[in-house]
Design a protein around this ligand. Structure first.
Ligand SMILES: C[S@@+](CC[C@H](N)C(=O)[O-])C[C@H]1O[C@@H](n2cnc3c(N)ncnc32)[C@H](O)[C@@H]1O
Length: 266
């Protein structure tokens, strides 16, 4: 194994409080810390944990986010190739909607370096807590919004639906879309094929500076989504529209009919 290693960790969403003890230890002992985090206070705090901490390049002038992400990967690998034990820090869970983290892992491993990723607390984890959603109840489907639309993802409206990056619908770069609300209107039209106009959806933002700030939880009828303000960190939660019917034949095959009464399956 070559000298030099890569450890990728996440800060979680909430300032300081979401960082795991393991992630903190890797940050403190790294030869070089590189970070891509969403707020300046977290950046300052990371510098206080390790004075080598430096922001990853984040060029928002690139037409494609992919190009910006490639520049981040290059910076991470440059440090690892110098034989340093590098800790790369991303916000939330470092492996959730974080292409550069996965790409850096892959490249480091392909080049013969030790590489590992530690889990962190993602926006979806916060959503479960703040909105009282248990994915074990009706199941839960998560999609990136543009991907959801352009690939016509198959999904089950009787199960929970989470759409990420709604503010970037139809936008592969960082630019502000002139027709932002048009893209959200298209999303609303597609969702309307499955849900009624008054189906209550939630535009959600977990609190970063908890408990000083509270999460943003906007309950709105689906039809009003195009007029609702969304930000770069908004996530859309669409609750199940109804309970899915059970397949009694399947229950028979599983031997469940014997217990149906006692477990109260509807
Ligand atoms: C590039 S992804 C990063 C996700 C992050 N790695 C995580 O684990 O949550 C950015 C998207 O995550 C979601 N997101 C980020 N911060 C959030 C927050 N504070 N509340 C709700 N959703 C958030 C939004 O959908 C946003 O567009």
């Amino acid at each position: 194994m070559k000298a030099g290693s890569l450890t990728i960790v996440g800060t979680g969403i909430q300032l300081v409080g979401h960082l795991t003890l393991a992630a903190k230890a890797w940050i403190e002992q790294a030869d070089k810390v590189l970070f891509a985090v969403a707020d300046p206070v977290t950046a300052k705090w990371l510098r206080s944990l390790n004075e080598t901490a430096e922001a990853l390049p984040y060029n928002t002038n690139n037409h494609r986010r992919r190009q910006t992400y490639q520049e981040m990967v290059e910076k991470i690998l440059t440090e690892v190739r110098q034989g340093l034990n590098v800790c790369a820090v991303f916000y939330g869970h470092p492996g959730v909607f974080a292409d550069p983290a996965h790409e850096a892992m892959k490249q480091a491993q392909n080049e013969g370096f030790r590489a590992q990723m530690l889990p962190g607390i993602s926006a979806e984890d916060c959503l479960y807590a703040d909105l009282g959603l248990d994915p074990g109840r009706n199941g839960c489907q998560s999609f990136e919004t543009t991907d959801f639309l352009i690939r016509q993802r198959k999904f089950d409206p009787t199960s929970a639906l989470i759409l990420w990056q709604i503010a970037f619908t139809g936008n592969l770069g960082f630019y502000k879309l002139e027709k932002q609300s048009q893209a959200i209107t298209v999303l609303t039209e597609v969702l309307r094929r499955y849900y009624s106009a008054d189906h209550k959806v939630i535009v959600y933002e977990a609190a970063v500076y908890h408990p000083v700030c509270k999460p943003v939880i906007k309950h709105i009828p689906l039809a009003t989504l195009p007029e609702t303000e969304v930000t770069d960190v908004s996530t859309l939660y669409v609750p199940p529209k109804a309970l899915a019917p059970v397949d009694s034949e399947m229950m028979m095959r599983l031997g469940m009919h014997l217990f149906t009464e006692s477990v109260g399956i509807r």
